[in-house]
Ligand binder design. Structure first.
Ligand code: NAD
Length: 492
């Protein structure tokens, strides 16, 4: 078992290619046991200005944007190799400081981060423009150019992966980046940036400023040299960032926000045991702290009792496991901690409000009282909830599943529709025509049919509809979102 006391995170900001110390201002706790781990500076407007000015200078003076795109790709690929080679150290930082088990951080988060960077690298020399249809004595060109400095703000649930999607796309498109990671999980981003410089990225092209949303995040959005903001986090913060970008720009935003994703199950599904495992996995992975968590089970009446019974049985099997406890994570149903006691209290308040509004508790409903010190929430199933129930309406960001039943496809669609969110949805049916109808009718940025969750499909753009977001991460679209178009017309 890794001794978390031996893992020391890098201190300070990462500006112009090196660590820059700053006075400690915030305590960073270890989610697994709730104990203090390190201290964090909070970059003020002057420090953010220094990072952005430096990024702007690096963008203007280096060959990153001006030079051959294949040279960019080569550096990014080398960076991906270094990230993989550094997996044990990166996974230790990620594992001790976040809700990600060390085992999974080494086996999934770090390789997924590296492979994502490679995916973006491969786009670097494939982002040409267009020749427009013009008169014979004209030549019209549409050229893609980087914004200059892209500001990125990321959440705490998958710190490395979320950062890599923002930073990889922005750099591959030729931009410089200033990243502000979540103040709850701030350190792995610094290690990422150090490795980028080691891989040959010109200093100043990838900077990390530490701090909270109010001081550091807002200063980044406001900065006049930040040409575009890209954000992943809650819908409320996304709206604040958009407002700041409107007031201090206007400048474009990519927003990957919250969700309340339904899983629709029809009576004709062939294998209830496998499906129950999939439903449970989609709400307990990372203890439900996943933007696309399948948090609303909407199940046809005939199959509901048998499926719900299987789901509840599996939900009851989970045991809390510190992220660094290899034995716990080798067990049959390990559960990650909730990021903080504050977040666990919020989960508790919503579950209580749901029960007050008439929800029936089938399992869970409280914190584990025998965990290794952090906040661990028992996987919870709430039945008999209507569309206005708080557990159906609000993104809980914990292992809490609601169950609603229906008779007809129309009822299923009506239940699936959420007034605010439209991030993802799952459809489970053996009827191909029904799957096709629902795939078109569901209002969500991603629809999974007879499966749930992402795989290594970097070519598939991800992003929400409605209040779940604007724009896409991943895919060609993520690259395009980091470029602006210039139209050129020659007359001859
Ligand atoms: P959050 O909105 O509280 O914070 C996200 C980031 O924004 C942090 O770095 C924070 O410091 C910063 N921030 C806060 N206030 C700010 C402000 N006024 N100006 C600028 N920056 C500010 O979100 P969180 O709790 O860290 O993450 C959980 C949320 O993220 C959930 O809602 C989840 O659904 C969402 N999420 C979405 C996706 C997606 O792809 N759609 C992926 C992961 C997480």
């Amino acid at each position: 078992m890794t001794d978390p006391d031996r893992i020391r995170p890098p201190q300070g900001h990462f500006i112009a290619g090196r660590l820059q110390p700053d006075a400690a201002a915030l305590a960073v706790l270890r989610p697994s046991d709730g104990r203090p781990w390190a201290e964090l500076p909070v970059a003020d407007a002057a420090t953010v200005d220094q990072a952005v000015q430096g990024a702007h200078t690096a963008f203007e003076r280096s060959d990153w944007a001006r030079g051959a795109p294949r040279d960019r790709a080569r550096v990014l690929r080398r960076w991906a190799d270094l990230l993989e080679a550094d997996a044990p150290a990166l996974a230790a930082l990620e594992g001790v400081g976040s809700t990600r088990p060390l085992r999974d951080a080494a086996a999934w988060d770090v390789p997924f981060t590296a492979e994502g960077i490679r995916y973006f690298a491969e786009w670097a020399d494939k982002l040409g423009g267009d020749v427009a249809a013009t008169r014979q004595d004209h030549l019209g060109l549409v050229i893609s150019e980087p914004y200059g400095v892209v500001g990125a703000i990321t959440p705490w649930n998958f710190p490395l992966v979320m950062a890599s999607w923002k930073v990889g796309a922005a750099l591959a498109a030729g931009n410089a980046v200033v990243l502000k990671p979540s103040e709850l999980t701030p350190f792995s981003a610094i290690r990422m940036a150090e490795l980028a410089v080691e891989a040959g990225l010109p200093p100043g092209l990838f900077n990390v400023v530490q701090g909270d949303g109010r001081a550091t995040g807002e200063a980044l959005c406001r900065h006049p040299l930040v040409g575009k903001m890209t954000f992943t986090g809650s819908t409320r913060t996304g709206a604040a960032i958009m407002a700041a970008c409107a007031q201090h720009g206007p400048k474009p935003v990519t927003l990957e926000l919250g969700g309340k994703s339904p899983q629709l199950v029809f009576d004709d599904v062939p294998d209830l045991d496998t499906l129950a495992g999939l439903i449970v996995g989609a709400i307990t992975g990372n203890a439900g702290q996943v933007c696309v968590a399948g948090s609303r089970l909407i199940v046809q009446r005939g199959v509901a009792p048998a499926l719900v019974e299987r789901v509840v049985r599996r939900m009851r099997a989970f045991r809390p496991g510190a992220t660094w406890d290899a034995a716990a994570w080798a067990g049959p149903a390990p559960l990650a901690p909730i990021i903080s006691a504050v977040q666990a209290a919020r989960i508790g308040a919503i579950v209580q409000a749901a029960r007050d509004a008439g929800a029936e508790l089938l399992c869970g409903g409280a914190r584990f009282d025998d965990g290794p010190g952090g906040a661990y929430w028992q996987p919870t199933v709430l039945h008999s909830v209507d569309a206005s129930n708080p557990a159906v309406r609000e993104e809980i960001f914990g292992p809490v599943l609601t169950v609603q039943t229906f008779d007809t496809e129309e009822e299923a669609l009506a239940l699936a529709a959420h007034p605010d969110y439209g991030l993802a949805a799952g459809v489970h049916t053996a009827d191909l025509a029904r799957a096709m109808r629902l795939m078109r009718a569901l209002k969500a940025g991603t629809v999974w049919v007879n499966r749930y969750g992402r795989s290594h499909d970097f070519a598939l753009p991800t992003g929400g509809w409605q209040r779940s977001g604007i724009g896409k991460d991943l895919g060609r679209q993520a690259l395009e979102a980091n470029l602006r178009l210039k139209t050129v017309l020659f007359g001859f």
